[in-house]
Design a protein around this ligand. Sequence first.
Ligand SMILES: N[C@@H](CCC(=O)N[C@@H](CS)C(=O)NCC(=O)O)C(=O)O
Length: 215
Amino acid sequence: MKLLIGPRQYSTWSLRPYLVLKRAGADFTTLDARYDTPEQKAALSKVSPSGLVPLLMIGEDKIWDSLAISEWAAETYPEAGLWPADAKARAYARAVTAEMHSGYHALRHYCGTSYEHPQVGLSFAPAPEHPDLSADIRRLVGVWTQMRQRFGSEGPWLFGRWSIADAFFTPVAARVRHFQLDLGAHGDEQSIAKTYAATLLSNPDYLEWEKAASV
Ligand SMILES: N[C@@H](CCC(=O)N[C@@H](CS)C(=O)NCC(=O)O)C(=O)O
C-alpha cells in the first residue's frame, strides 16, 4: 500500500492521512509527488484521478482525498478506534473534522503553507491582521475548548483518545506555531486550546513527519 504525498514542508492535506494510517498501524510506504511545474502537474494527473495528493494506492485501487482515505482507514482498521467509540462523541468528531476539511477559509488564506511558510520547522512569521482571520481563530479556539471540555476526560486529545479529528487539526497547530497566532487573545483564557495545540505537535508520528521534512 502506497500513500502518494506532496512535499512534507507544506502539504497539509498529505499529513492528515499519513497520521491516520500511522495510528492505524497500516503497512504503507510514502511516495513523493511534486506539482510546482506544468510538467509535474501533468505527471501527477496521470496517476491521481483528481490531479491532487494525497492519494492512497492499494493494488489497482486508488482512494483520493484526505477524508476519504481516513474513513477507509477507520473501516479497515476498526481495532484502532480511529473515531470515538461513543456515538455522540463520534458525531461531534465527524462534524469538527468536516468543518476543518471544508472551512476555515481565512485561516487557510492568510496563514497558508508554502515554501516561505512551511508547516514544519521552527521558523516563524507574524500573522497578518484581518477580521476574518480573527473570526476563524476564535472559532477554532471555541471548537477545541468545547470538545476538550465535553469529551476530553480520557486523554489529552480532542476527544480524549486519539481520533481522526486530531489528524485534521495537526496542520492547524503547526500554523498556530508558525504564524504565532495568539490564541489567548481569541478566547483561550484557560489555555485549553494552547495546551491541545502543543499536544498535537508532540505526537511522535508528527515529529517523524517533521524530521523527514527537514532533511
Ligand atoms: N480536499 C483534498 C485537497 C487536496 C489538495 O488540495 N492537495 C494539494 C496539495 S496539499 C494538491 O494536490 N495540489 C496540487 C496542485 O495544486 O496541482 C483532500 O483532502 O485530499
